[in-house]
Ligand binder design. Structure first.
Ligand code: C2E
Ligand code: CA
Ligand code: CA
Length: 344
């Protein structure tokens, strides 16, 4: 910790630049060169807090934000940060209660995807929902990272998988070739009991593995983590299909697709936005190239986030295999899904 008496924001930023410049050049230790990154959180006496302890807490909150923003940066504390932190803590403890009460207040919804040639439903993605009395419906974009941060994603993820497998087994009665996609956090993949659990659930519900697709985000595929690579191998041995989710948002390189263990690539909805418009040639070319490359190496492609007719037409003309998005349907409750597609 550095105390800088009398400094204003400008002086503090200048000090950070100095430290940053020093750290970010090579430092020789025992003949090896090292670079250091430096993340900083700043709190200002009088403005952010009046006591030493209070000031330190504020600086730590700001530091946390620097780290979340990719590290090697400086963040000044703001009251909003405190609000976000408090909300995260309260939501986490409510999530914990829900889990302890037998997954109370959690449920799944199912968003269909269709085959691009026939526009017939070929499967659905199971999506987790959660609400609580004080905060109402909370988006998974907010609560999934909280479940991950406190390790609860492992038991919740198991519950999601079991629910989705149970539903899929039931739906095979209405459509024998139905596919169920389930989102899996990388933390679940690192859990040693995960693969056995998948095997056990499929056995228990007597569901052939070909009906299940596990969706993992793109970053899982470019990791050096041995444990993840091993888990991929085991899943493939089980004959379970794997989808690379949110393609294009993180470390994507077209080159990595040729060596990827993915069976399916899901192109993020970022690229579909305004694809029908004349000026959006980049997105159209991107989607087109990804589709062609994937097809060449035997990977099928699902395009997410299709909201309009002209987007659907464009994506179909680019020969995507599967289409998902509000234009086809929003995520539905189990009963509504059954009514809509099989009239039962
Ligand atoms: P995702 O896996 O990319 O899921 C697709 C998200 O896009 C869903 O949001 C879906 O409702 C939304 N979406 C689908 N079509 C459209 C469209 O045409 N337009 C727009 N604007 N949005 C569309 P949702 O349900 O809020 O889920 C957000 C994210 O939360 C998911 O992104 C996934 O990363 C995560 N998630 C959801 N359920 C689970 C789960 O059971 N386990 C894990 N690990 N993550 C989950
Ligand atoms: Ca997904
Ligand atoms: Ca996605």
């Amino acid at each position: 910790a550095i105390v800088y008496p009398g400094a204003g924001e400008e002086e503090l930023r200048a000090l950070y630049q100095k430290i940053h410049a020093y750290c970010n050049r090579p430092h020789k230790i025992d003949d090896s060169s090292y670079f250091l990154t430096v993340s900083v959180g700043v709190a200002i006496m009088g403005k952010d807090g009046s006591g030493y302890q209070e000031l330190l807490t504020c600086a730590l909150s700001a530091l946390e934000v620097s780290k979340q923003n990719g590290k090697n940066t400086v963040t000044f504390f703001s009251q909003d940060m405190m609000h976000t932190r408090r909300r995260a803590l309260e939501l986490s403890s409510r999530l914990q209660l829900s889990v302890m009460n037998g997954m109370k207040s959690f449920h799944l919804v199912y968003q269909p995807f269709v085959h691009s040639e026939t526009l017939r439903v070929s499967g659905a993605e199971a999506l987790l929902r959660w609400s609580c009395e004080s905060y109402g419906v909370v988006s998974p974009v907010e609560f999934i990272p909280l479940l991950e941060a406190c390790g609860l994603i492992v038991p919740v993820g198991k519950w999601v998988l079991e629910e989705a497998v149970r539903t899929c087994k039931k739906w095979l009665r209405y459509q024998p070739d139905f596919i169920m996609n389930v989102n899996i956090s990388y933390l679940q993949m690192l859990d040693e009991s995960f693969i056995d659990f998948v095997r056990q659930i499929l056995n228990q519900y007597d569901l052939p593995p070909a009906h299940i697709v596990l969706e993992l985000t793109e970053s899982c595929f470019v990791t050096d983590m041995e444990a993840l690579k091993e888990a991929f191998k085991l899943l493939r041995n089980l004959n379970i299909q794997i989808a690379m989710d949110d393609f294009g948002t993180e470390y994507s390189s077209l080159g990595m697709l040729s060596q990827s263990p993915a069976d399916i690539v899901k192109i993020d909805r970022l690229f579909i936005t305004a694809i029908g418009d004349e000026e959006n040639e980049f997105n159209r070319s991107f989607i087109g190239s990804v589709i062609q490359l994937c097809h060449r190496v035997g990977i099928s492609v699902c395009v997410e986030g299709v909201e309009r007719k002209n987007e659907l037409d464009t994506v179909c003309s680019l020969e995507a295999d599967c289409i998902q998005g509000y234009y086809i349907s929003k995520p539905l409750l189990q009963e509504d899904f059954e009514k809509k597609f099989w009239d039962v």
